[in-house]
Ligand binder design. Sequence first.
Ligand SMILES: *[C@@H]1O[C@H](CO)[C@@H](O)[C@H](O)[C@H]1NC(C)=O
Ligand SMILES: *[C@@H]1O[C@H](CO)[C@@H](O)[C@H](O)[C@H]1NC(C)=O
Ligand SMILES: *[C@@H]1O[C@H](CO)[C@@H](O)[C@H](O)[C@H]1NC(C)=O
Ligand SMILES: *[C@@H]1O[C@H](CO)[C@@H](O)[C@H](O)[C@H]1NC(C)=O
Ligand SMILES: *[C@@H]1O[C@H](CO)[C@@H](O)[C@H](O)[C@H]1NC(C)=O
Ligand SMILES: *[C@@H]1O[C@H](CO)[C@@H](O)[C@H](O)[C@H]1NC(C)=O
Length: 338
Amino acid sequence: MLCQKRKKHTLGVMLFIVSFSMFLFSCTLHNPSLLFNRSLRIAAGRCACQRCIMAPEDDSWFSDKLNHSVHLLLTRTNSELSNETYRWWQWLQSERNPANLSVVVDKLFQVIPGEDDLMDSSPSRCRTCSVVGNSGNLRSSGYGPQIDAAEIVIRINQALTEGFEEDVGRKTTHHVMYPESALDLKSNSTALVLAPFKILDLEWIISALTNGNITYTYMPVMPRIQANKNKVLVYNPAFLKYVHEVWLDGHGRYPSTGFISLIFALHICDEVNVFGFGADRFGNWHHYWEENLLGQAFRQTGVHDGDYEYNITQVLSNKGKIRLFKGVNRPLTMEWAD
Ligand SMILES: *[C@@H]1O[C@H](CO)[C@@H](O)[C@H](O)[C@H]1NC(C)=O
Ligand SMILES: *[C@@H]1O[C@H](CO)[C@@H](O)[C@H](O)[C@H]1NC(C)=O
Ligand SMILES: *[C@@H]1O[C@H](CO)[C@@H](O)[C@H](O)[C@H]1NC(C)=O
Ligand SMILES: *[C@@H]1O[C@H](CO)[C@@H](O)[C@H](O)[C@H]1NC(C)=O
Ligand SMILES: *[C@@H]1O[C@H](CO)[C@@H](O)[C@H](O)[C@H]1NC(C)=O
Ligand SMILES: *[C@@H]1O[C@H](CO)[C@@H](O)[C@H](O)[C@H]1NC(C)=O
């Protein structure tokens, strides 16, 4: 009797689950994977991806480092730096005769919006990001469509896509650069993200978007830049310091633009796919658009600690916080050996 009752009860529950699932399925017919995502999301409660960066079962190495209180971008309301941050920032490129920061920042926000609308996480959103470095390991990878499938596609410095679409994709929502690595943006919908390593860099972006009168920093720079003023963002120096101290344990003089942008993505995305980081499979650090004709292993990482940055990237990947795409292992050919 009791047993039968339980059976009926079980049957009822099962029927309910089946009909509820079918209801959900009918809502998500266009993308049945949504059903799977949603049920996991209910379990995770942070985002609507299959796996969120901030999963509840987080490991302490990661959650001790990730600090959501750090200001990622310079805005009208957070542009005053602590003395410690200011001193650290000024030391990076040993700027001589720096201009008055608060005066420069005032001018800056007359030219660009100075708002931060990137922190829009929600349990109903799955913010996917591709962070695309410039490593030669992208060659022949065929990653283009996978890179472009993300909502946010971040590219760095001199990155170009024309002629390399199959391997690197064609979409760019955010292009990170500094004055000495700048290039014109082809699309009005791409956000220029300035990584400032000195006050002159802020003066340069003002100039490059207006009268073009700054032509030299420690080397000649583009006087003018083609970019949508309304979409220009600036990394906060406090964020750069945090990346250096917390994520790199102070290794190198300061972090590379690529590594900074990877950590940026960890903060603004729920799912981060990383492409084109590290050396190619021969240990060469070169750019995917360059021909390294002599096959030399040149490792110009300069003021950055490329090995340590790659180590941390690897650790993030091992912990499942990012997906690291390392390029393909093709048999050695002369073409690939470039
Ligand atoms: C996170 O960053 C804020 C702002 O910089 C800082 O005040 C706070 O101490 C940091 N938290 C941790 C745990 O380091
Ligand atoms: C920061 O530096 C300024 C000028 O060097 C000084 O007047 C001020 O007291 C310092 N503030 C703190 C909190 O140390
Ligand atoms: C920078 O300019 C502000 C506003 O004009 C002024 O109050 C401040 O004293 C200046 N700081 C320095 C170090 O000259
Ligand atoms: C780009 O955007 C700016 C501001 O939104 C606008 O003034 C300009 O006309 C646009 N340019 C093109 C080529 O669409
Ligand atoms: C560039 O122009 C701005 C505004 O007209 C001016 O304040 C600044 O001093 C100029 N800089 C140079 C290097 O000429
Ligand atoms: C890589 O990073 C981890 C985590 O910070 C650290 O424990 C380890 O010593 C690093 N390894 C190397 C070779 O730098």
